[in-house]
Design a binder for this molecule. Structure first.
Ligand SMILES: C[S@@+](CC[C@H](N)C(=O)[O-])C[C@H]1O[C@@H](n2cnc3c(N)ncnc32)[C@H](O)[C@@H]1O
Length: 192
């Protein structure tokens, strides 16, 4: 694995929690790279629920899924991830094995539409409730755009205070690059 590729590192760690038939969430569908990864990882029997507030992002994601012929196992929602609980309850989802966030703006999209600390923190709270035993929550954090540093700091602060009896948390950061994305990870402890 390429150590400098935060995205492939993220996929490797998230995959640990996935299996055929699992349910997973992409909280920021964007151009659909993570949605596709999740759809392929949960297999035909699995289910992926993806959120984005921009129709352009959901169109890009749908095109990518259709090309890979996995669109039927994914439901796309033009809703903010801060409404995750409402949507998952409506879909009668019991719990999920993985939830991925890739914060910031849509690459090649409107740079001024970004994730925001308040809604991100609300969505993290909800995510922690929906994660099943041994489930993984991943957040790729960016500090190069306006507001990115504040959002990353708020996320790391929140995760550093999680109850150690319930969660393991980690932060993976490249040391010799400026403004490279970093990865925050939460793993819910399993049933022992
Ligand atoms: C960095 S991009 C995601 C990239 C994506 N994971 C991929 O693989 O292409 C961030 C996305 O978050 C979306 N976004 C911003 N605020 C949001 C919110 N409250 N809920 C859901 N998505 C949001 C943006 O529209 C944008 O598409």
């Amino acid at each position: 694995m390429n150590l400098a590729s935060i995205l492939s590192f993220t996929h490797t760690l998230v995959k640990d929690s996935l299996f055929p038939g699992a349910i997973a969430i992409d909280a920021t569908a964007g151009n659909g790279h993570d949605t596709l990864f999740l759809a392929q990882s949960v297999g035909e029997e699995g289910q992926v629920i993806a959120f984005d507030i921009q129709s352009q992002a959901l169109e890009n994601t749908y095109t990518r899924l259709k090309e890979a012929k996995v669109e039927e196992r994914v439901s796309l929602h033009q809703r903010g991830h801060q409404h995750m609980t409402e949507v998952l309850s409506e879909l009668t989802i019991p719990q999920v094995q993985a939830i991925m966030f890739n914060l910031g703006y849509l690459p090649k999209g409107k740079l001024e539409v970004t994730t925001l600390p308040d809604t991100t923190l609300t969505a993290i709270d909800q995510s922690l409730e929906w994660l099943g035993p041994s489930g993984t929550l991943s957040l790729v954090l960016y500090t190069g755009h306006a507001g990115g540093k504040e959002e990353a700091t708020a996320v790391l602060q929140k995760l550093s205070l999680l109850n150690t009896r319930l969660f393991d948390t980690a932060h993976y950061q490249l040391l010799n690059r400026n403004l490279a994305p970093s990865l925050a990870l939460v793993r819910k402890k399993g049933l022992n």
